[in-house]
Design a protein around this ligand. Structure first.
Ligand SMILES: [Zn+2]
Length: 480
């Protein structure tokens, strides 16, 4: 494949030749007979972006959720239309009330959706309604719980007070990752690091299967439990950090945190610690200092970071993986609810760069939006949705904001480039950098290539897609 008329970083124009999964040449190249050609039309070609902190399974569940009660949905026809949303795998609907279409059961739901498992939650939160495909999927490997209603020798599809059972049973049939893969591809994201602390060998197999099927075409780094091993990483996935999730209200014993970090290092893995409050950060830094820092150790979020902590992170040589878009998405709430003295030290960027700390970014989706371009915009503007400034001194240049997504995923201090010999993971923008840098949030990705394969194509003729639809986000407290 030849990508013609491409702008490379630095402003040079050239053609890029891809053979197999690799960039083989860059320069004044002309197409060979039969070689597919993409005309970049002067747009910038970047290494594909990497989302350094995401929760794919939760995001897939959120994307497959539809609201199906008042006020959005009030009639049976509207309800049926919502359930017929395109897609495969589990459909999860929430907020249902009898005023919409009466008391639901499997027969009623089968009429609307016969071909994929559906579960509808009553807005009381105490009842789920399942169609037959859902009953089949759940009962294939799980004994029915007492709360599963029976009538005349068969299940009605009504499930009462059985959330724990449902969660366990659903682990056997995790959601399709196709919607996540497509959404990230549209934004130019060619790789991701899943930072879910509970990631284990079971979910690793699901990742591998979704990757092999093409549903999740991105390159995958899987962080998670200390028990994950390289042997769990099928199909080109790589093993990431062991993840420790801290909650200020119930911190583990200090010795246990030190042991977690040492234990990760002993198995050749870095440690990653979730730090959404100042107390969590101070605790994490003390634990890492006690265990001894190793290359690749990282702090997730560093939501509240006083200068002393920034200095200690630099001294220990840790990387920080931040969410610049939280300033935009949640900044107005922070301004209202977080003590003003902390406003200048929320989700810092420039302070870390100035201290020489390696800084990368990830969406934290579904807790944050998936679009790295609006996140880069927030990193340069440091403005809330309402337009108020928040920690303006932490603003980055557009070039530094872009760097947050171009770090090598397992060596964040290394910056990836479009060069001969590099993997053909590319992101083709609809404009040159001189225009992109002026309005990062409005950049459209014209094409995305992973391993030499086009996974997103919005070139003229195909209509560009913009992800205006917000993710139906779970709520989180604290400063993230
Ligand atoms: Zn997270």
């Amino acid at each position: 494949m030849l990508i013609e008329n491409a702008e490379l970083e630095g402003g040079v124009h050239a053609a890029i030749r891809i053979i197999g999964e690799t960039i083989t040449a860059i320069g004044a190249l002309s197409p060979r007979p039969g070689e597919p050609v993409i005309d970049a039309a002067g747009g910038l070609v970047l290494p594909g972006l990497h989302d350094h902190h995401i929760h794919v399974a939760s995001l897939a569940a959120a994307l497959a959720s539809v609201a199906c009660g008042p006020p959005e949905v009030t009639t049976a026809a509207e309800f049926a239309a919502r359930l017929r949303a395109p897609g495969t795998g589990w459909l999860r609907a929430t907020g249902y009330h009898e005023s919409v279409a009466g008391r639901l059961d499997a027969d009623l739901l089968d009429e609307m959706v016969p071909d994929r498992p559906v579960r509808v939650q009553h807005r009381s939160g105490r009842m789920w309604f399942l169609n037959s495909a859902a009953l089949d999927a759940l009962l294939a490997e799980n004994a029915p719980p007492p709360g599963l209603e029976r009538s005349g020798g068969r299940y009605t599809g009504r499930l009462f007070d059985a959330d724990a059972w449902l969660q366990r049973a659903l682990r056997g049939t995790p959601p399709s990752f196709a919607a996540v893969g497509a959404r990230l591809a549209r934004a130019g994201v060619t790789g991701l690091t899943d930072m879910t602390p509970a990631n284990d060998a079971v979910i690793a197999r699901h990742f591998a299967a979704e990757h092999a099927s093409g549903a999740l075409p991105q390159r995958i780094v899987l962080a998670g439990t200390p028990g994950l091993t390289p042997a769990d990483m099928a199909g080109g996935m790589t093993l990431g950090a062991a993840k420790l999730h801290l909650h200020e209200a119930e911190l583990p014993a200090f010795e246990a945190a030190v042991a977690f970090v040492s234990g990760a290092h002993a198995t050749g893995r870095p440690a990653a610690i979730h730090c959404a409050t100042e107390v969590e950060l101070v605790f994490a830094l003390a634990a890492i200092a006690e265990a001894g820092a190793a290359p690749g150790d990282r702090i997730e979020h560093a939501s509240v970071a006083p200068d002393s902590a920034v200095g200690e992170i630099a001294r220990l040589g840790l990387a920080v993986v931040t969410q610049p878009h939280f300033i935009a998405e949640r900044g107005d709430t922070y301004r209202a609810e977080v003590a003003p003295a902390l406003h200048p030290i929320l989700y810092r960027l420039r302070a870390f760069r100035n201290a020489g700390v390696t800084l990368a970014a990830g969406s934290d989706a579904p807790f944050g939006g998936t679009d790295p371009w609006t996140a880069m915009q927030a990193a340069t503007s440091r403005q809330t949705r309402a337009g108020a400034p928040l920690g303006a001194a932490e603003a980055l240049t557009p070039e530094a904001a872009l760097d947050l997504y171009l770090c090598a995923p397992r060596n964040l201090a290394m910056r990836r480039r479009v060069e001969a010999g590099a993997p053909a993971d590319l992101c083709l923008l609809d404009r040159p950098w001189s225009r992109a840098r002026m309005a990062l949030g409005s950049v459209q990705v014209r094409a995305t290539v992973i391993g030499g394969r086009v996974v997103h194509d919005a070139r003229p003729g195909n209509r560009p897609v913009h992800d205006a639809r917000p993710v139906n986000r779970p709520r989180r407290h604290e400063t993230r």
